[in-house]
Design a protein around this ligand. Structure first.
Ligand SMILES: *[C@@H]1O[C@H](CO)[C@@H](O)[C@H](O)[C@H]1NC(C)=O
Ligand SMILES: *[C@@H]1O[C@H](CO)[C@@H](O)[C@H](O)[C@H]1NC(C)=O
Ligand SMILES: *[C@@H]1O[C@H](CO)[C@@H](O)[C@H](O)[C@H]1NC(C)=O
Ligand SMILES: *[C@@H]1O[C@H](CO)[C@@H](O)[C@H](O)[C@H]1NC(C)=O
Ligand SMILES: *[C@@H]1O[C@H](CO)[C@@H](O)[C@H](O)[C@H]1NC(C)=O
Length: 389
């Protein structure tokens, strides 16, 4: 696993990369499903969690980051308030001949916010029964930092040492209506030596409005590390994707320095960050409905897997020889069950970190809901493995 990520980096240092890389494939890839294996719902003891995404963290260990997280009370009902985001670890799933539910371990007790809110985002929050809910304001409005994708890992060392970054949209909501999007926060997500593997990464270092409200939130929608670059995708105002890339330099590549970035604008990479409304940054055939982008050696292609939007969990797939396109027209390859709660189904994402990296198969999850006895939504997140022909 370590080699898989270090190899492209070392390669690009030694040879300036693309000169020796194989020419991009010109024949479009046509993904065909050979087998579907259901693993049941993710197991999340004591917690009711919305929309988890994941990153391969260290050898055989996944980091999961989820949105709204509530307590499951001792009588089985769902607690009233939500922590805005939370994190867990898991092991790797079983092989498909013995599919078992995957356990998400939460080393911190309920109440720990993984990506903290800023003081001016009702960061202290409202407190009830000894638990504070950062982001909840006294006027009933709410600031959220909902992760749409797992952190992008730029270094995996030995003994559990990891260096990663997360880009989180800073949003002020009334109910589910957006009052304001004030920018995109950059969190430095790091693990030190952790032999037991049960200390959650630190996120204490963060940069408020790393991307401003008039820029694209690069990295907030999806990211993929390939051939010495971190490719970072963000939503455009018309709900497509735009992409930036950061060159990975040094032993522990940093994404905090603006000079490592280039932006894909009007068909070319440029050093000047565009405004979010620039029509020439929109990548054709992409969608900003939540999803995942990864690289498949099997297809020698970048792969985008995502949903067709609330209230369904129809999974669409699109491929491209390069991170910036041309992306093929998305086609549907799987349809997840919809729940009977108020929110149906959404957050159709993929989990490339749960695979062996060959591209022969992928894992999917989505969120569906059903009501508890008090009518509060209970989140279920089915895990499914899809093997490709
Ligand atoms: C379950 O426990 C909570 C907290 O103690 C309580 O408020 C609630 O009334 C209980 N029962 C139901 C059906 O919600
Ligand atoms: C949105 O946030 C910006 C930046 O903090 C602020 O200047 C503006 O007044 C806010 N707009 C609304 C409608 O709250
Ligand atoms: C985009 O690039 C094309 C040539 O590739 C050029 O003709 C056009 O003027 C450019 N558009 C903008 C808005 O810069
Ligand atoms: C979108 O995908 C279709 C099918 O692969 C392709 O024919 C078309 O050229 C793509 N559009 C663009 C603008 O790349
Ligand atoms: C709603 O879905 C849940 C589980 O997903 C199931 O247990 C329950 O029976 C369903 N309720 C109705 C009214 O269909």
């Amino acid at each position: 696993m370590l080699n898989r990520y270090l190899r492209p980096f070392v390669f690009s240092l030694a040879f300036t990369g693309r000169v020796l890389a194989a020419p991009p494939k010109t024949v479009p890839v046509i993904p065909v499903v050979s087998k579907i294996t259901a693993y049941g719902d993710l197991v999340d003891p004591g917690l009711n969690r919305d929309s988890c995404s994941s990153s391969l963290w260290s050898t055989n260990k996944m980091l999961w980051v989820c949105r709204d997280t509530q307590q499951v009370l001792s009588n089985g009902t769902i607690g009233p308030n939500s922590i805005v985001n939370s994190a867990s670890f898991s092991a790797m799933p079983n092989p498909p001949n013995d599919p078992q539910q995957l356990l998400l371990n939460s080393p911190e007790s309920f109440g720990h916010v993984f990506y903290a809110m800023e003081p001016d985002e009702c960061g202290q929050g409202l407190c009830e029964n000894g638990i504070c809910y950062p982001g909840l304001c006294s006027d009933g409005s709410r600031w959220v930092g909902w992760p749409d994708t797992g952190p992008v890992v730029t270094f995996r060392g030995s003994l559990g040492v990891v260096n990663a970054y997360a880009f989180i949209t800073q949003q002020h909501l009334s109910g589910l209506s957006v009052l304001n999007t004030t920018g995109y926060e950059l969190y430095h997500v790091t693990s030190g030596i952790d032999l037991e593997g049960n200390i959650l990464p630190s996120t204490t270092k963060h940069i408020d409005s790393f991307w401003t409200s008039t820029q694209i939130g690069y990295g907030s929608a999806a990211s993929v590390v390939h051939d010495g670059f971190a490719y970072l995708y963000g939503a455009t105002p018309n709900r497509k994707l735009a992409v930036a890339r950061a060159v990975l330099m040094g032993l522990v590549p940093s994404l905090e320095d603006p000079s490592v970035y280039e932006y894909y604008v009007n068909g070319t990479w440029t050093r000047t960050a565009p405004v979010s409304t620039d029509p020439t940054i929109v990548l054709p055939n992409t969608s900003a409905i939540q999803g995942t982008i990864y690289y498949s050696p099997k297809w020698e292609s970048f792969v985008s897997i995502g949903g067709d939007g609330f209230p369904d969990a129809n999974f669409l797939i699109s491929t491209s020889p390069k991170a910036e396109g041309p992306w093929s027209a998305p086609t549907q390859f799987y349809s997840g069950a919809v729940g009977n709660g108020s929110l149906g189904a959404y957050s159709a994402v993929a989990h490339p970190g749960l695979t062996d990296g060959t591209g022969d198969y992928i894992f999917l999850t989505w969120t569906k809901t059903h009501p508890d006895v008090n009518g509060r939504d209970v989140y279920e997140q089915p895990l499914v493995r899809v093997d490709w022909e």
